[in-house]
Design a protein around this ligand. Structure first.
Ligand code: PBG
Length: 330
């Protein structure tokens, strides 16, 4: 591209001279409608519990979910993502609790669909909140067994769809799971249920606080590098996404987000499919701590969200969703 214009006839600072001018020429903006709020669910009644590693974020017992969702509706956030904090005594090697029609996710789905029918609900498909070893799949001969895990993920997806889940989000990174889940959904009259694939999920250091939030952190012995992507690679993300699209994914998640803006852009440039950025727990806690300690101002949040948009994301999963929606309304 040729740069047009020259100084002094052209002065780019003229376009920055006032707030209204900057607003008029802004190329990217965030609306609450671009945001997806993750919610952690726990057992019990009348419980709202702090999560140590994520200041400001809580775990809610199911009866307390409506209090959050009223805010979500008020600020016009279109979708929430549910994550369960499964008690230790319900975890086992194969994550059986994932298939319990009365597990935390299923109960939450039934309640939300009854009380907030117009709200989108997205549920992770993966076994890590339910396994005693904290891995996303089942272990056979010391390895995460791809194909045996998929058989369980199909059942988990169908169960969630049956309970009213609008969007199935496989976050396990097994090969071929999107196709297998799509086929099973279609066969069971769930052709309207979306699949948002965590297609590009890196084996990241930034998931630490989340693993604490769902109670898998102390369980996890080895890392997840045999299934989540190597952060040294970018081209590999195109191969992952190419396969996911062929297998029937509607939308792609890139995760984490701040350190992976190049990946968001690469996917947009190559596939023209909607891409959602997941600003993960470690990104949240870093920024939140900085703001609380006054090393950062709270506009730092918006700066990151806009960066995801600039890179090409259409929406953002972020623990800041409500906070930012409130900020925007002001
Ligand atoms: C589970 C899952 C993880 C996250 C979302 N789904 C953790 C992991 O893969 O270990 C991380 C989200 C976050 O850090 O905010 N498969």
């Amino acid at each position: 591209m040729k740069i047009i214009g020259s100084f002094p006839k052209t002065r780019l600072r003229r376009l920055r001279k006032s707030r209204w001018m900057r607003d008029i020429i802004s190329e990217n903006n965030i609306s609450p409608k671009d945001l997806i709020l993750p919610i952690f669910v726990r057992e019990g009644k009348n419980k709202i519990e702090n999560i140590k590693s994520m200041p400001g974020i809580k775990r809610y017992s199911i009866d307390k979910i409506p209090s959050v969702l009223k805010e979500v509706e008020k600020y016009k956030i279109p979708m929430v993502a549910l994550f369960p904090y499964t008690p230790n005594n319900k975890k086992d090697k194969i994550g059986s609790e994932a298939l319990n029609p009365n597990n935390l996710i299923c109960k939450s789905l039934r309640l939300i669909k009854r009380k907030f029918p117009q709200l989108g609900i997205m549920c992770d498909v993966a076994l890590d909140p339910y396994t005693s070893h904290g891995h996303d799949g089942i272990i056979v001969n010391n390895e995460i067994d791809n194909d045996k895990t998929i058989k369980i993920l199909i059942k988990q997806s169908l169960l969630q769809a049956k309970m009213g889940c609008d969007v199935i989000a496989p976050s396990d990174m097994m090969d071929g799971r999107v196709g297998a889940i799509r086929k099973a959904l279609d066969k069971n009259n769930f052709s309207n249920v979306n699949i948002i694939s965590y297609g590009v999920k890196y084996a990241s250091n930034f998931y630490g606080p989340f693993r604490d939030a769902v109670g898998s952190k102390t369980k996890l012995k080895k890392n997840k590098k045999t299934y989540q992507m190597d952060y040294r690679n970018a081209d590999e993300s195109l191969r992952e996404i190419g396969l996911d699209i062929k297998e029937g994914a509607d939308i792609i998640i890139v995760k984490p987000a701040i350190a992976y803006l190049d990946i968001i852009k690469k996917i947009k440039d190559n596939f023209k499919i909607p891409v959602i950025a997941y600003q993960v727990s470690g990104e949240y806690s870093l920024i939140k701590n900085g703001i609380e300690k006054k090393f950062l101002t709270d506009d730092a949040i918006m700066e990151t969200l806009i960066a995801f948009k600039r890179a090409g994301a259409c929406a953002i999963i972020t623990y800041f969703a409500l906070e930012i929606a409130k900020q925007i309304k002001k």
